[in-house]
Write a protein that binds this ligand. Sequence first.
Ligand SMILES: Nc1nc2c([nH]c(=O)n2[C@H]2C[C@H](O)[C@@H](COP(=O)(O)OP(=O)(O)OP(=O)(O)O)O2)c(=O)[nH]1
Length: 139
Amino acid sequence: MTERIVVVGAAVLSDGCLLAARRSAPAELAGRWELPGGKVEVGETSEGALVRELREELGVESEVLARVPGEWALRSPYVLQVWTVRLLADSPAPKPLQDHDELRWLTSDELWDVEWLDQDVAAVMEVARGVWGSGAAAG
Ligand SMILES: Nc1nc2c([nH]c(=O)n2[C@H]2C[C@H](O)[C@@H](COP(=O)(O)OP(=O)(O)OP(=O)(O)O)O2)c(=O)[nH]1
């Protein structure tokens, strides 16, 4: 059986915008944009991993809403699964505390203004389809 490790990515939504995070490390990913998140640890649920990663990376308190259909291959053995997430009302605003050096809230018109990781493009398209409908075509 092929080993497969799930990386959970958060489509954090607020006021109709999607949160994008620019990676600061490792060197081969630095400068490119991604959905914040990380690896699911042993004994952890996907939802638990997302809430933990968002707390560690962005300093926010969040609630997982729904799985975005699909699964996307990353560098083997990793696969990306994505969930929509909202910030709790009393959450601090997100800050790039760990792994990222810049954050942006993107409207559907701005979605392709950032250089997403190549392996994230299909996942971001699926998020856009679910959130905004088919209007947010890749630019
Ligand atoms: N979080 C996240 N990681 C992604 C995305 N796209 C993508 O290729 N990756 C890769 C980068 C990393 O190789 C891996 C996840 O690593 P990570 O560094 O975010 O996870 P982590 O916090 O659990 O890492 P670690 O330092 O504890 O090992 O997946 C994405 O959209 N979000």
